[in-house]
Design a protein around this ligand. Structure first.
Ligand code: MG
Ligand code: MG
Length: 252
């Protein structure tokens, strides 16, 4: 069942979304060679306390940290660690969610650590563009697969591949609600989109083949061919006038 949100409920979701975007922005400003992913996680927890929001990944199905930080060939669900030190040339995907008064927001960005390869630059650019093309399909009367179709078309036209094992999702009083929002699929299919729906759109795009596997920590998903992967996500409300990004990132 897809839950529609009222205008009043959307106000809470805007607040959750703004906190996610702000803390994500502040984490990204701290990304540099020599910084550990564990430090970024602790910083996010501290900022949640200061802003009066709850980090929602910690403990979610047993996830051990407040942020998912996935480096290079890691696709999603990387576990922050003091031993994981970022170095020049890495790309780092930071995925973060909070709740405010019981309402959720969820967003992710992938950024460069110093200078990175031209392939890595292109992968990040195309993944962000794919997200924006997916968001543009978040319109009353469209269908869920119109979103994935737009993402897939753009990513594959640039020679990249779309991860199938993880998908976007409805979001509201829970981190994951109906519907699932795949990043691939046939135009014109799936449940109809309606004003009042809120969706987390989150393409995960690989430089090589689409396959992924999960490491022995039970969480970290990596590309099966060890190629680079990028991930961008926004929480998006469908309004009668079109999509509104609830997690719009401050300018870097
Ligand atoms: Mg996320
Ligand atoms: Mg999500």
């Amino acid at each position: 069942m897809i839950i529609l949100k009222t205008d009043r409920e959307l106000e809470y979701m805007r607040k959750a979304g703004r906190a996610v975007a702000q803390i994500l922005h502040e984490m990204i400003q701290r990304v540099a060679p020599g910084v550990s992913t564990g430090e970024l996680d602790r910083f996010a927890e501290l900022r949640c306390k200061e802003l009066g929001v709850i980090p929602v990944f910690k403990g979610y199905q047993g996830f051990p940290a407040s942020v998912c930080i996935s480096v290079n060939d890691e696709v999603v669900h990387g576990i922050p660690s003091n031993k994981r030190i970022l170095k020049k040339g890495d790309i780092v995907g930071i995925d973060f969610g909070v709740s405010y008064e019981g309402w959720y927001g969820d967003s992710a960005r992938t950024v460069a650590v110093g200078q990175v390869s031209s392939e890595a630059e292109k992968l990040m650019k195309v993944t962000l563009e794919s997200l924006l093309k997916g968001i543009d399909q978040c319109r009353d009367g469209n269908r869920v697969f119109d979103i994935g179709h737009a993402v897939q078309n753009h990513a594959e036209a640039q020679g990249f591949s779309v991860v199938r094992e993880f998908v976007g999702h409805g979001i509201g009083r829970a981190l994951h609600e109906d519907p699932q929002v795949p990043n691939y699929g046939p135009k014109g299919k799936g449940p109809q989109l309606k004003a009042g729906m809120v969706l987390a759109i989150e393409p995960m795009i690989n430089a090589g083949k689409a396959g992924v596997r999960v490491l022995s920590d039970g969480w970290t998903a990596v590309t099966a061919d060890r190629s680079l992967s990028a991930h961008f996500e926004h929480t998006v409300a469908i309004l009668p006038t079109g999509p509104e990004i609830l997690t719009a990132w401050p300018a870097d």
